[in-house]
Design a protein around this ligand. Structure first.
Ligand code: G3H
Ligand code: 13P
Ligand code: NA
Ligand code: ZN
Length: 308
């Protein structure tokens, strides 16, 4: 059943978090919906514009629409991840998304407010909720000063004005995480002092954590043992920090990298172990099962199992 993230966040705030999983392929859609149904956990299926264009926006939506029939007990929202105005308006017009992100976080505060506000005005007319982002999420590099590092984090003193002026429904923040498999090159994990200050200023307002992948070292090892050359220093978010962030109002945790690593591991191992085979179905089947298992573990970690 399609449910608004607004309802998810109202139920989960401070208690558990909703996994927002990026999908690119049919196998990932199956694994996610299967896990959601099995765990009776609410979830968000999300896609970036890159993911939509890969298969074709119609194709990815058709797969999700099929999954809603194949897994009738799944409870989920359909979200556009990291959109521009054009992507968000297209998603709203498709009539299939109930949530979009406008990512104007790289713009100056005032421009971010104006761009976000325009998307919110349109989205709310169609009962679509909007996630916005304040602060620049990126790898905080070793070679920039502490002051510069700080400027990239969400400034807690800006959040009230941003939320009040834009009327966004949830806020993605930059508190130390980054996208990809090489997080925390110069930082020390999630900055809880900043997160707490944000929460104090916007109590009960849903906070979104991008860059939520754990980047399991075992997965990196297995990929490299089967021919991969991922760099030393691959690192993700400590699961204990993820759990702790939920108390600070984090309601939605985005995951993409972990599923990419999983896909890579399954396929590398399969083709290394079976060099005589050339069949997409066998590794595809394994990947669906592994994706389901991986998501079930995330639901448990986030406290979402049984909450749908
Ligand atoms: O932040 C989102 C994703 O990790 C990027 O995925 O390659 O589909 O843009 P993409
Ligand atoms: P990861 O790179 O940690 O999976 O982050 C995904 C994300 O934030 C998608 O928006
Ligand atoms: Na998002
Ligand atoms: Zn993101």
């Amino acid at each position: 059943m399609l449910v608004s993230p607004k309802i998810f966040y109202k139920n989960c705030y401070g208690k558990y978090a909703i996994a927002a999983v990026n999908v690119f392929t049919m196998e990932q859609v199956h694994g996610l919906f299967r896990a959601g149904e099995k765990a009776n956990a609410p979830f968000i299926v999300q896609m970036t514009p890159v993911a939509r264009n890969y298969a074709h926006p119609e194709m990815l939506l058709a797969m999700i629409s099929a999954a809603t029939k194949i897994y009738p007990k799944a409870t989920f929202a359909i979200h556009l991840d990291h959109g521009t105005e054009a992507h968000a308006f297209d998603a709203i017009a498709s009539n299939q998304f109930n949530s979009v992100m406008i990512d104007a976080s790289h713009d100056h505060f005032e421009t971010n407010v104006q761009r976000t506000k325009a998307v919110v005005e349109k989205a709310h007319k169609y009962n679509v909720v909007v996630e916005a982002e304040l602060g620049v999420l990126s790898g905080v590099e070793d070679d920039i000063s502490v002051d510069e590092q700080h400027a990239k984090y969400t400034q807690p003193e800006e959040v009230v004005e941003f939320v009040n002026r834009t009327h966004c429904d949830s806020l993605a923040v930059a508190v130390g995480t980054s996208h990809g498999a090489y997080k925390f090159s110069g930082g020390q994990g999630i900055q809880f002092t900043i997160l707490e200050e944000i929460q104090n200023r916007i109590p009960n307002f849903p906070i979104v954590l991008h860059g939520g992948s754990a980047v399991n070292v075992t997965e990196i090892d297995r990929i490299n043992k089967s021919g991969g050359q991922l760099m030393a220093g691959a690192a993700g978010v400590d699961p204990n920090e993820i759990v702790k962030s939920i108390e600070y109002g984090v309601c939605k945790i985005n995951i993409a990298t972990d599923t990419r690593l999983l896909w890579t591991r399954v396929h590398r191992e399969f083709f290394k172990d079976s060099p005589d085979l050339f069949d997409p179905i066998i590794p595809g089947q394994t990947y669906i099962e592994e994706q389901e298992k991986f998501i079930l573990e995330k639901f448990d970690l986030f406290g979402a199992t049984g909450k749908a």
